[in-house]
Design a protein around this ligand. Structure first.
Ligand SMILES: *Cc1c(COP(=O)(O)O)cnc(C)c1O
Length: 398
């Protein structure tokens, strides 16, 4: 039995008539750059995320870059972020001329450790305060510790930008003074939320695309100008921007798909629950296989919220050699799997020497021991069974 890591075909087949209709509509309109399709998707995404404004951008990377450029972050500035993410999170910081400051991740969640973020900010403040933004990532579809991180941003008076590329629709609980809990969606917790519509994300286009959400009208306008070479009036440039525009064709496709997003989230969550059951029945849980922790699942009311959007289902094993062997074993049995990410950001060769030296043991351990298994919505029950049986077989043969 073949089990791909991701198969986009079933989604395409179900939506083919609607997608073709949308694509034809844009094609016939001859309005290919921005225009009503992009504006419509912006309105829909803002409503979905619970923010006042949304700006369509050419990719998740460009959303992050535009977010920083609109804040005039540049040489001499630093951005506090996580060492365990896709390269774009750090790449955009370096492209502005600023430097990243890394703190380690939490032991269980793969996300930035908020207590270490607090220490880094306190230390930076004593040295004059060069940290100009906090950039947490909601890795694999689960929100970072946003109640703590947004409190830090407020305390230090610096903006927080969410890298929500993997986490559209993911929700995070904020405890209130009266004991109740308010759940907020990714992209609605800081100054800006940055989303990617890369085809492998939960809401994927038929090419590249991205979006920035924000509660701030002024900031939204600045991002709109950054998206268009820094011009508010055509040919008059107040700042230097780029061509970071979302295509009308992508916007039309994404508008069709947005209606199905919550259903797909539920299917991903059901697949995750099924994996948990099967791994437990196989007697593999905790040792040798650690399943991804659902950090927010314990909070009251979590069942009715998307506390993990499962863009990836990432297990951990005991060491790098075992992980690499398991990966090969699964691939040999035609099961797709992948390592996100084999090398931490603070270890990347492109980094200036000064930032590269850090030792961040939990991030490094995650890079050594994690493996992503298939979790896409249309996976069949027998495919999930086959994945777990094959993992079990791997350990039986060892
Ligand atoms: C996918 C991704 C990005 C970049 O998005 P693109 O649309 O591919 O440019 C940024 N950050 C994270 C965490 C991602 O997973």
């Amino acid at each position: 039995m073949k089990v791909p890591l991701l198969d986009l075909k079933p989604q395409l087949e179900t939506l083919r008539p609607q997608l073709l209709e949308a694509l034809t509509r844009v094609l016939d309109s001859t309005g290919y750059i921005l225009g009503p399709e992009v504006a419509h998707l912006e309105t829909r995404i803002a409503a979905y995320c619970g923010t006042a404004h949304a700006v369509g951008l050419s990719s998740g990377t460009d959303a992050l870059l535009a977010a920083l450029m609109a804040l005039d972050i540049g040489p001499g500035d630093r951005v506090l972020t996580t060492p365990y993410s896709f390269f774009a999170t750090m790449g955009v910081v370096l492209r502005t001329g600023a430097l990243p400051v890394f703190v380690d991740i939490e032991a269980d969640s793969f996300n930035m450790d908020a207590s270490q973020a607090a220490e880094a900010l306190a230390a930076d403040r004593k040295q004059g305060g060069t940290i100009k933004a906090i950039l947490p990532v909601h890795l694999y579809g689960q929100c970072a510790d946003m109640p703590k991180l947004t409190a830090l941003a407020a305390e230090y008076g610096i903006p927080l930008i969410e890298d929500a590329a993997q986490a559209i629709g993911a929700e995070c609980p904020f405890p209130q003074a009266d004991g109740s809990v308010v759940w907020k969606r990714s992209g609605s917790m800081g100054l800006a939320g940055c989303f990617s519509f890369f085809p492998s994300k939960n809401l994927g286009g038929v090419g590249d695309g991205g979006m920035l959400t924000t509660p701030d009208a002024q900031y939204a306008e600045t991002v709109r100008s950054v998206r268009n070479h820094g011009a508010e009036t055509r040919y008059y440039h107040k700042r230097v921007g780029g061509n970071f525009r979302l295509d009308a064709l992508q916007a039309a496709v994404l508008t069709v798909k947005l209606d199905f997003l919550d259903t797909w989230h539920k299917k991903r969550a059901a697949n995750a629950a099924q994996y948990r059951k099967l791994f437990a029945e196989a007697g593999l849980v905790d040792n040798p296989v650690r399943l991804p922790k659902e950090v927010w699942a314990q909070v009251e009311g979590a069942e009715s919220h998307c506390h993990h959007s499962y863009n990836q289902f990432v297990i951990r094993v005991r060491n790098r050699a075992e992980r690499d062997a398991l990966r090969q074993f699964l691939l040999d049995h035609e099961i797709g799997c992948a390592i996100y990410y084999p090398l931490c950001l603070h270890q990347q060769e492109c980094l200036p020497e000064a930032v590269r030296g850090a030792h961040l043991p939990l991030a490094e351990a995650a890079a050594d021991t994690s493996l992503a298994l298939p979790i896409f919505p249309e996976l069949q029950p027998e495919q999930l069974v086959f994945v777990v049986e094959t993992v079990q077989k791997f350990y039986q043969e060892r």
